[in-house]
Design a protein around this ligand. Structure first.
Ligand SMILES: [Zn+2]
Length: 260
């Protein structure tokens, strides 16, 4: 790992591959440069939205080898990481560790995941530390982390991308009535409580849809106020997924197909 930034606010370490990959980008910079830029910019933004002038210093380590990262996870948490997991954080140390794709192609979903993963984990750290404490609502936290970090930019960069994302989501969407209770975890969590399991429930996709819907219909200030109100968030959790789905079905006239 190479330490690419280390100042009062932040320390970022990257596996060599992020700095030597040679993947083509419009301005010729390495993916590692984009990672640093996005991390630093988003930390500034989080300071603003959480109203924290001098947050604790944050540490980021990005691996390029999945097995190396999984070993790290086992050594710290004494358990198996969820199969889909590519990042985690230790609140006490303000340390985010993750594994992404040094050779991601510019502009693809993998690119945004890689460039924005630090900002995604940093959002979780800020939100917990400076707002909700122990009372985490997974769907809202995950929706916001995707929304603010930029890691889902591929879904919203233009209308065609959004329609593609929404159609895919709709294709295996089954309405659920316990969004607030859904939690992350490995195979020990049952299907009816899992937040993300392929073929069961895609909580990431669902929660991003909800936040995007709230942003589009109510705006950024509404979201930032809502973040402080877990009671209201849980009320929304009872119905907002269905509401967002209906809204976009109407907006993109996807309703006709199911009436035929
Ligand atoms: Zn997350």
């Amino acid at each position: 790992m190479v330490t690419v930034v280390d100042n009062d606010d932040v320390c970022i370490k990257l596996a060599d591959a992020y700095l030597t990959n040679g993947v083509r980008t419009p301005d010729g910079r390495m993916i590692g440069d984009y990672i640093v830029q996005n991390t630093v910019e988003k930390l500034q933004f989080y300071k603003k939205i959480f109203g924290v002038e001098k947050p604790d210093k944050m540490y980021f380590e990005m691996y390029s080898d999945i097995e190396e990262w999984r070993d790290y996870y086992r050594s710290v948490f004494k358990s198996e990481p969820p199969a889909y997991s590519r990042g985690t954080f230790e609140s006490k140390k303000s340390l985010s560790t993750s594994v992404q794709h040094p050779r991601a192609v510019y502009g693809t979903s993998m690119w945004y995941k890689t460039v924005c993963t630090n900002a995604h984990e940093a959002f979780h750290m800020f939100y917990k530390k400076y707002c909700y404490g122990e009372d985490r609502i997974v769907w809202f936290d995950e929706g916001l982390a995707q929304f603010f970090s930029g890691d889902s930019e591929d879904k919203i960069k233009d209308e065609d991308s959004f329609i593609l994302y929404f159609s895919r989501f709709l294709a295996d969407y089954k309405p659920i009535n316990n969004l607030n209770e859904r939690i992350q975890g490995n195979s020990s969590v049952s299907d009816d409580l899992i937040f993300y399991r392929e073929g069961v429930f895609n909580g990431y996709s669902a929660s991003f849809l909800i936040i995007w819907y709230l942003y589009e219909t109510k705006g950024m200030d509404y979201i930032i106020e809502l973040m402080k109100d877990n009671k209201r968030i849980r009320e929304l959790g009872e119905y907002v997924l269905e509401e967002a789905v209906e809204y976009y079905k109407d907006k993109y006239s996807m309703r006709s197909r199911e009436n035929q």
